[in-house]
Design a protein around this ligand. Structure first.
Ligand code: ATP
Ligand code: MG
Length: 425
């Protein structure tokens, strides 16, 4: 029996990988405009990092982590998300010492979660995310939201919705927490086991439960927005004011709480409203995490970030029926006739490639007709045909595959001639 790919993972083959490169390129360009710099952290970290940051009451830590012991008996975990590692690195490398704050970083790489695979949900997926660490100016919150909406706009998405909420500061959350406990306690027996244990540890998590989402107590649960203290309320108002000034549409949803423990103040998601996007509509999630840096041993500096998966971004682009802007990527196919001509193409091909012209030839000893077919399948822009007779007189025939026009050029002029013809297009 042959060995198959592990469940929930995928091969990204040529033909599809171009989509990945395209959207990753867009995201990186937008990050450049906003001055976020790339950071690369290890694929695995000490398990403790995620327990301490993501939180013991979350789905991720409770049931989704790929955790293993290495040969030195250390508990390591394949990273399930990016923020914890970026904050660890921020602390470890003392980035807070840079006079320019916030520290603005982006990452792009694989994450691992033991989930039930379905469309838009994989066990290995690629997250693109950013973090701005070191400022509690609501203008940074607006900047982070603007950045993600810019990425989606550059990718051509139109049917998307930005949903924002405020989870308040520690004081506001405490008051809200008490109200939640009072609300759920009398009937907590009707909820799932996870929710029952969340009631004491972190009742806010109940609002994020996927099993009990339709329970009548969910809709009537106390809204965090009614428990925001003055500072938190003013903060949230400022964020909204800035978004309005930037002409960024959004809706406020007080039930949005997000899956990770470390969020406070601004929390947000971007949803796809495209028909056919599927059951999972969240494209991106993020928020502010003011206690996280100190919790991981750093100074008490605030942070905010988001992450989205490339898988869901590509799915959203396809659900909206947006065309991929790829062109034929082969500039020239060399067709040759006869042994001598074939030998000659070895060096000719090399010269073309080194001049920045993408070029290909036949390696299967095929007849001329089959070589032309190959050029067609590769969407060659030009085909250069070298026969014995042409070789005798140092000439080669170049055919423009779009117009059908053919012209003869001197062999040592081929590179220049092709360049001129490519530029003319
Ligand atoms: P969900 O409610 O869909 O499980 P989440 O709250 O677990 O999402 P986050 O941890 O906030 O998601 O991750 C941020 C983003 O990463 C999501 O909005 C989504 O784009 C992407 N993402 C999360 N889990 C997966 C997965 N298993 N496969 C593909 N993309 C994912
Ligand atoms: Mg999840």
């Amino acid at each position: 029996m042959s060995v198959k790919i592990p469940r929930g993972t995928q091969d990204i083959l040529p033909g599809t990988v171009e989509k990945w490169q395209y959207v990753e390129q867009i995201a990186k360009e937008v990050c450049r405009n906003y001055q976020y710099k790339e950071i690369r952290t290890p694929i695995f970290e000490h398990t403790e990092l995620f327990q301490r940051s993501v939180g013991d009451t979350t789905d991720i830590v409770q049931k989704e982590m790929y955790t293993f012991k290495d040969r030195g008996d250390r508990s390591l975990t394949l990273r399930p998300e990016g923020t914890a590692a970026v904050v660890r690195s921020f602390v470890e490398n003392k980035m807070f010492g840079d006079p320019n704050q916030p520290t603005k970083l982006f990452y792009n790489g694989p994450m691992f979660r033991y989930e039930r695979p379905q469309s838009g949900r994989y066990r290995q997926f690629v997250q693109f995310g950013i973090e701005a660490i070191g400022s509690e100016d609501p203008a940074i919150d607006a900047e982070v939201l603007a950045l993600v909406m810019d990425i989606y706009e550059a990718a051509g998405l139109k049917q998307i919705k930005l949903v924002v909420n405020s989870l308040g500061d520690v004081e506001s959350r405490k008051a809200h927490r008490e109200a939640l406990v009072q609300h759920f306690q009398p009937r907590i027996g009707e909820f799932c086991g996870d929710c029952q244990s969340r009631l004491e540890k972190n009742p806010l998590r109940i609002l994020d439960c996927k099993k009990d989402r339709d329970h009548e107590l969910m809709a009537t649960a106390p809204s965090i927005l009614d428990y925001l203290n003055d500072y938190s309320r003013t903060y949230f108002e400022k964020v909204q004011k800035y978004l309005t000034a930037l002409n960024i549409d959004f809706v406020v949803d007080p039930t949005l709480v997000r899956g990770l423990d470390y969020y406070n103040h601004t929390a947000f998601e971007v949803m796809s409203e495209a028909e056919g996007f599927g059951a999972i509509t969240t494209l991106c999630g993020g928020g502010r995490y003011n206690g996280l840096v100190s919790q991981l041993g750093g100074p008490d500096v605030p942070g905010i970030g988001f992450a989205f998966s490339i898988e869901r971004l590509i799915a959203a682009i396809e659900a909206e029926g947006i065309d991929w802007p790829f062109e034929s990527s082969l500039d020239c196919y060399l067709v040759s006739l006869g042994e001598e001509a074939k030998d000659y193409t070895v060096k000719l091909l090399y010269d073309l490639r080194r001049a920045g012209i993408s070029a290909e030839r036949d390696y299967q000893d095929r007849k001329m007709k089959a070589q032309f077919k190959a050029a067609d399948r590769l969407h060659a822009r030009f085909v250069a045909i070298l026969g014995e007779d042409e070789l005798q007189v140092n000439k080669i025939n170049v055919k423009d595959m779009q117009t059908g026009e053919q012209q003869e050029v001197a062999l040592d002029q081929l590179v220049d001639a092709l360049k001129t013809m490519m530029e003319a297009k």
